[in-house]
Design a protein around this ligand. Structure first.
Ligand code: SF4
Ligand code: SF4
Length: 294
């Protein structure tokens, strides 16, 4: 690392995807290399599926005293592909920096979305995580992409922090990380494409003290104001052969978006379903399965 320089990283994810854990592991790995590091989340009323932020600062030789959130990052990492079109993930990204995205799209395709003087790196981390971890939680996978793109820490430095965090599951997490390291595709500095001018609209989300309790967390009128459907990377599928029409799933859905159909079976309105998976967890006959895609 350049002497006297502090690298700032901003992680964009959704509640439940492990953005905060990624930031923590990155900081621990950097400290094991003798660097100075910080990791901290942006606190808010986030629920599973809602956009969340986490931050790192890493310096090779200088103690870090600043404690505020990162607004002009050197590196931006996007754990959820859907966020690219939802918010301005490159807000404040410094020239010469890097944007690292989990996406099935090619680098050339994704490049059309942005304009700026930084590197673009793309990896299909969801696919890797599903294959090697069995779940679409891409935090450790994206660490491989971060290291390939920036070299800010060494792959080996992740050993202890990943072991500490994941115990028996650490082997699969290492594999996912290593595979992302190999499969991440980099582009040269990008300067073309329409400039996005979207800001993260935190004011579109309900504040914690506006949320009602029960079925739900949001009342019907409130639910309709927020298109939570575009938060999801998975959606529920019902098996009518197993469903006994008890309606438990609809009681637990935090978006109150499951309703009984004319045939008596239950279905979610995917425009509001945020893919949290609570219905599948609560269905005691296992009639609901979460499947990839929105
Ligand atoms: S909880 Fe399960 S069994 Fe009951 S209605 Fe929902 S899907 Fe059917
Ligand atoms: S339908 Fe299921 S996955 Fe969708 S928001 Fe409701 S509980 Fe979550």
């Amino acid at each position: 690392m350049e002497k006297g320089r502090t690298i700032e990283i901003r992680w964009h994810g959704r509640g439940g995807q492990g953005a905060v854990t990624s930031a923590e592991i990155t900081a621990l790995a950097a400290m094991r290399e003798g660097k100075y590091a910080q990791a901290f989340p942006s606190f808010g009323p986030e629920r599973r599926g809602a956009p969340v932020l986490a931050f790192n600062r890493i310096s090779g030789d200088t103690p870090i005293r600043i404690r505020s959130g990162v607004v002009k990052p050197d590196i931006v990492i996007v754990l959820d592909p859907g966020l690219v079109t939802l918010i301005n993930v490159v807000d404040g990204l410094k020239p010469g920096g890097a944007l690292i995205v989990n996406s099935t799209r090619s680098v050339d395709d994704l490049k059309q979305e942005f304009s700026g003087d930084w590197k673009l790196a793309v990896v299909d981390a969801s696919h890797i995580a599903r294959e090697l971890l069995g779940v679409n939680i891409v935090n450790t996978t994206m660490l491989g992409a971060l290291i390939k793109t920036t070299g800010i820490i060494n792959l080996e430095s992740l050993n202890e922090p990943i072991n500490e965090k994941f115990g028996a599951r650490s082997k699969a997490n290492f594999e996912a990380c290593n595979r992302a390291f190999k499969e991440t595709v980099l582009s040269e500095i990008t300067t073309s494409g329409p400039k996005k001018d979207k800001k993260f609209q935190a004011d579109r989300l309900p504040k914690w003290n506006e949320l009602l309790v029960g079925c739900a967390v949001t009342d019907v009128g409130n639910t309709k104001r927020f298109c939570t459907g575009d938060w999801k990377s998975e959606h529920p599928e019902w098996n009518n052969d197993v469903c006994i029409k008890c309606g438990i799933c609809s009681l637990y859905c935090p978006e109150a978006c499951i309703s009984q159909q004319n045939d008596g079976f239950f279905r979610a309105d995917l425009f509001f379903c945020k893919g949290c998976g609570i219905c599948a967890q609560e269905c005691w006959t296992r009639a609901i399965k979460m499947v990839e895609g929105s």
